[in-house]
Design a protein around this ligand. Sequence first.
Ligand code: GDP
Length: 432
Amino acid sequence: QPVLAVVGRPNVGKSTLVNRLLGRREAVVQDQPGVTRDRVSYDALWNGRRFTVVDTGGWEPDAKGLQASVASQAEMAMRTADAVLLVVDGKVGATGTEEAVARVLRRSKCPVLLVANKVDDQRGAGDIHDLWSLGLGEPMPMSGLHGRGSGDVLDRVLEALPETPRDSFGASSGPRKVALVGKPNVGKSSLLNQLTGEDRSVVHDVAGTTVDPVDSLVELDNQVWRFVDTAGMRKRVNTASGTEYYAWLRTKAAIEAAEVAIVLIDGSEPITEQDLRVITMVVEAGRALVIAYNKWDLVDDDRRRQLEKEIDRDLIRVRWAERVNVSARTGRSVAKLAPTLRTALESWDTRVPTGRLNGWLNELVAAYPPPARGGRQPKIKFATQAQSRPPTLVLFTTGFLEAGYRRFLERKFRETFGFTGSPVRISVRVRE
Ligand code: GDP
């Protein structure tokens, strides 16, 4: 769904306004420097249309000062969102910071809306004309506190947002691409048949334009997905034929062609080395991951307990992946696949704004500094999420960070920002 990014200086009442737009009060977050928030984006619904509101967070002055940090937030918003809402304190008017951000936003290809917040009464509405000077069109008066004007703002937001979201990273367009993978006989073709059964969905074969693999378009939960390289599965070729080597190549290619992989594991049998290898392939390829335990109709209590143990032993490193217990035979829980795919892809697509990332990291590192090596204490100077798909953090440090500490950072990063279903990469750039 399309994304609206809300940007503004701290204390302009951004959070109140976001909550007002979302129509809920419990989401109130503090607009103070250094306050870690656990939510970055929110789902909004207005006039029957859904969109995502991304709150870019309090802008904290970084090394280059408030204006530079604000400008980089605006850049980020422009690059990732389908429309940007700049919030200004209507009582204060445009400051140098807003002028700096407006300069950035005027170059934006996506629509920019200007909201003057804290305009609580008619009298205040007269004072906002100065904001025309920002060159972002007509300022819309609103009161986050009272709700005054919020309906008009939302109407304008809907006008500005495209029906279909722009793809910010160019990785895909059209239906999201799914690889259904797993070792032979785990039930891939059975599951695909279950998902595409006549009564459940419309299936089309999409002839690959240049190469021979054939994908299937599958409708699940009111969304069309593209299951990649399903030709062999649907024809139900004997999986025992063909060399194992070929099967692996094909699995690898399917994973690479996809954005998210469902790794199917036979829940009724012990987890094998082959299962783990498929999971490793997905993680190494940097794709989002859902783990589905199939043949659940054959799983009794004993087996279930045993499986939990196997998972604890073998799959701890991908505990961030959601798991679904399904039966391709009975159709049990296959409906849960679509929501988990969505969650995983959402994480995979997410980009945490630099200001927020550093606010979080500074607090964390102050409380848990990286261990010293060779008598020297590495300092983490700055972090940025250089990429999504998969989310990739780059840390600029003065020294080497141990693997254990990196894992700790990853775990804390996930605790704070989520990222269920997506691998997270951390790369460290050492600069003296
Ligand atoms: P693939 O090689 O991964 O495509 O696996 P298949 O779909 O061909 O399934 C292998 C075998 O497992 C077949 O005999 C299926 O009937 C059986 N099977 C698949 N899914 C289930 C399930 O959920 N429950 C049970 N009991 N059997 C299943």
